[in-house]
Design a protein around this ligand. Sequence first.
Ligand code: NAI
Length: 791
Amino acid sequence: MMTAVKDILRTMDYGLAPESDEHARAWLAAHGAGFGHFIAGAFTPAERLFDVFNPARGERLARVSQGTQADVAAAVAAARKALKSWSALSGDARARWLYALARHIQKRERLLAVLESLDNGKPIRESRDIDVPLVARHFYHHAGWASLIADEFPALKPVGVCGQIIPWNFPLLMLAWKIAPALAAGNTVVLKPAELTPLTALAFAEICVEVGLPPGVVNIVTGDGATGAALVENADVDKIAFTGSTEVGRAIRQATAGADKKLSLELGGKSPFVVFEDSDLDSAVEGVVDAIWFNQGQVCCAGSRLLVAESIAERMYAKLRARMEKLRIGDPLDKSIDVGAIVAPIQLERIKRLVEAGEREGAKIWRAPGPLPERGCFYPPTLATEVEPASILAREEVFGPVLAAMTFRTPDEAIALANNTRYGLAASVWTENVNRAFEVAAKIKAGVVWINSTNLFDAASGFGGYRESGFGREGGREGLTEYLVAPAAATKPAKAVKAPLSALPGRAPAPDGDAIDRTAKLYVGGKQARPDSGSCYAALDPEGKVVGLAGLGGRKDVRNAVEAAAKASAWGAATAHNRAQVLYYLAENLESRSEEFAARLVAQTGVAVREARAEVETAVRRAFYYAGFADKYDGAAHATKTRFVTLAMNEPWGVMGIVCPDEAPLIGFVSLVFPAIAMGNSVVVVPSASHPLSATDFYSLLDTSDVPAGVVNIVTGEAAALAKALAEHDGVDAVWCVGPRELAKTVEAASAANLKATWTRLPPRDWADEQGRDYLRRATQVKNIWTPYGE
Ligand code: NAI
């Protein structure tokens, strides 16, 4: 019997509004024999097939090949072969290909959206209105970049062959985030989609054929984690870009340590959604719907921790429950559905397990009462209240439609709770007070902050995390630099004047003549400090004569120095003008003692006086350069969505570890330390082990130049041991390390524990070369703050 209009008006119920899947089913049927990999512009025969399911109905959709090491190697070889001509194309020529891809994606948007919803279980409303339009937007945006790169990044070149590994939550969108910038910058790629959701990537491969993209520029190898691992381990891959779990991100950091591969990681999150007393509560409730029930909460930046002012908590929970009762859960292809299916039974089990564990710990669980479909992977929208900050639901990424709520009393408490996580991907801040909104946005450690909004994305804005949410950005100018590198220096790197390090840590031989008059100590917290070992070592000239004694620092000294650096955090909050003045003063003081520093270089390295003077001159010039930049390397206002201003703020890492090159003892030190402190970091520096005295001579300069205590800490000693201690230390946010590959390996492997950013592939360079913004960029991480305007 047909429902009468008056009945519909009374209940205001939705009828069924199914999107037709006929076209997608026909496409799948045409590939009924199974999919091969897409290598060198063609599909390989389907082999070692595994099933791909539709999670909403539990039925098999397709069969896909499990990629072997040999498949990966073939794809990498194809990408390598294509690299030369692809990277040699003009930017405009590459732009045309990217425009063609964007247009063909739009032409096929219906197939892609339906296929995505079938494969992943996400509501068609989202795949049709959010995922696929953003995919096209990414290709268009990066087509523009392809034309502009030569002008905008004249000093950089493509990285080479990029291995890209993506997860199942936004299969096609993550492909676009990876492939579009890589291709624009002149790289070629091998992409491995997630084993649960490979279908839209294969449809994209067909689009590559359709537009006639040169073979090998894009290669797609399907398979599980083992296929991903084969890509990571392939020696001919120049860069790995990964999005997925923090656990696998850490394994990839370990596996690539010392492999000379560029790496970007976009990992998990436990993002706070902070609601102040004065916020527009109804908007905030709608915000929560987008924050945690969008894509069933399977979103790395999902606002999964609701932090709400105690005074309004009960009101907010009541409104939320009322809203949750209205959420419609069901067939993803129904256009009126709000919440679709969880991606796979294994993920459903994980969600159930975590919620049960939370309940056992005392959280109060409330599940939306609406009916769930009888078959398929569904989980109701869930609100957990009375969650303790230490409980599993507050700590672990659930990756499901589960909101963990906590209360706070003061803004400071809200910020402390927001930052009480090892992650730092995103945050949402709700208040009608603009001053408070920006204060909180500035203090939350996260790569993206949405003010009175949530889960907004655009190709022009960078996206990526702080802390264990990974490093590197995707999108816009920030993301593009991940796919570019500085070419090897045209000039030969300065020759290392190697003094025998075997003198470490033995008893110091007697100093020769009056070349030295004292043992240099360490410099920690603005004071000279004895090394914990109580030992020193001899710095020798090329003839083996002792030119001075330096402290033999160790792990304990690194700990003290990191503590002192952390205490100096006010430096990062000081005005850039203030930092610039201090750096000018330091540069002036260095200049006034040029002769002394030149003499020290001659004594340590045996260079001619003329060369030593030139090195000091360059060091002085560079010091002024970075002093000048202290208040000029500023951020941007990205052009993203209408009625939003997206502020890209360059923020200092916090505490940085810096391991200087063994050669070029003065210019190496200045080139690394000055950009880092200019941007507001405090640093723990390991100077040249062979020639430490140019750095220890800085103590008196630091004392007399108003550099606050703890901003620059210097620990002399054996580079490998000190670098390892820095890389392992939880309080160090980023490490730069110049040295041989073995040292890079040590640092990168040790950094995996807290996933700190490392920079060990500093371009081989003549330290006297002009350098520039790259060092400033590396001394900062970008936070994008999205602010709405208008009523
Ligand atoms: P995952 O991190 O295992 O998978 C992501 C991608 O990495 C897939 O393509 C997978 O095949 C590949 N992979 C797995 N092991 C690999 C290895 N050793 N080397 C190279 N590639 C490898 O994530 P999974 O298992 O699908 O989901 C587990 C949990 O991870 C989720 O419950 C969620 O909490 C989190 N997750 C977070 C994502 C994010 O974007 N932040 C995305 C997906 C999952």
